[in-house]
Design a protein around this ligand. Structure first.
Ligand code: NDP
Length: 276
């Protein structure tokens, strides 16, 4: 049985499924199998990146799935080595060849890489690809409000999405609020905390027991009810199915508060102000 995921409407009117499938750290062949399982389970949004080295496997799974292209929402990301206007145009073509697609749903600048000081020109190339009809929506990843403020001041298209690390130990109140004020959707990467202990936190286990659900389902529900887009990753077929089976129950205010009390401002990944 496959589940239908409700969409959110991005600031340019494009619909994006609120829950998708992430493939970071999944080797190319395994990504092909995992994406095939995800598409079978009902996922329609896939999140990859040039840096993940699995755009080809992802593309093979998409091609073999038989799912009509217009039902899919494919995201890939431009890596730090390819910042700059011309380099971005070249990197985009390479990604599209690997994915085997003729248009992309969402292209993200993977990191602002502020030391390179080149994300504005990079984004101008995104705007060109967008206005040429090659990308439905353009956005960023790991951009802090300071990076977005500059970008919005110096370019024309407000990013549709900012994909940032968010989970119960890193709730990103300031960044989420800033994004919401600008009309930018917040997409949570490592929504389950990247398998580093979130799912064993007693408060989460208690909410899971109360609803007769798994801790992963509880954490994903928490994100969805906050309005975040989520892209959980798994290579385990039963977990892939479990993570999309979250649309037939809700957390109450007490459950949401119990999880919101777990914030520790603790990153699992690099600090965007310094990385790249
Ligand atoms: P997640 O938070 O999605 O957690 C994945 C880990 O949790 C894996 O170890 C997985 O194990 C395990 N897991 C998944 N589902 C369950 C479950 N139901 N029960 C128990 N364990 C589970 O981690 P990621 O760091 O992969 O983040 C998700 C996606 O976000 C990435 O794949 C990528 O697309 C994106 N991302 C983007 C970044 C960026 O800079 N823009 C950075 C990092 C991630 P297993 O696979 O063995 O089943």
């Amino acid at each position: 049985m496959s589940t239908k995921v409700p969409p959110i409407i991005l600031n340019n009117g494009v619909e994006m499924p609120q829950l998708g499938f992430g493939v970071w750290q999944v080797p190319d062949d395994e990504a092909e199998r995992a994406v095939a399982t995800a598409l079978e389970a009902g996922y329609r949004s896939i999140d990859t990146a040039a840096a993940y080295g699995n755009e080809e496997g992802t593309g093979r799974a998409i091609a073999a799935s038989g799912v009509p292209r217009e039902e899919l929402f494919v995201t890939t990301k431009l890596w730090n080595d390819d910042h700059g206007y011309d380099a971005t145009l070249r990197a985009f073509d390479t990604s599209m060849t690997k994915l085997g697609l003729d248009y992309l749903d969402l292209y993200l600048i993977h990191w602002p890489a502020p030391k390179q000081d080149n994300y504005v020109d990079t984004y101008k190339a995104f705007e060109k690809l967008h206005s040429d009809g090659r990308i439905k929506a353009i956005g960023v990843s790991n951009f802090l409000p300071e990076h977005l403020e500059r970008l919005i001041g110096e370019t024309s298209v407000i990013p549709a999405v900012d994909q940032i690390e968010v989970h119960p130990h890193l709730q990103q109140h300031a960044a989420r609020e800033y994004n919401a004020e600008q009309g930018i959707a917040t997409e949570a990467w490592s929504p389950l905390g990247s398998g580093k202990g979130i799912l064993e936190v007693p408060a989460i286990v208690a909410v899971a027991q109360k609803h007769n659900r798994t801790p992963a389902q509880i954490v994903l529900r928490w994100h969805l009810q906050l309005g975040n887009v989520v892209i959980p990753k798994s290579v385990t077929p039963s977990r892939i199915r479990e993570n999309i089976d979250v649309f037939d129950f809700s957390l109450d205010t007490e459950d949401l508060a119990a999880i919101s009390a777990l914030n520790e401002d603790r990153r699992t990944g690099p600090d965007p102000a310094k990385f790249g």
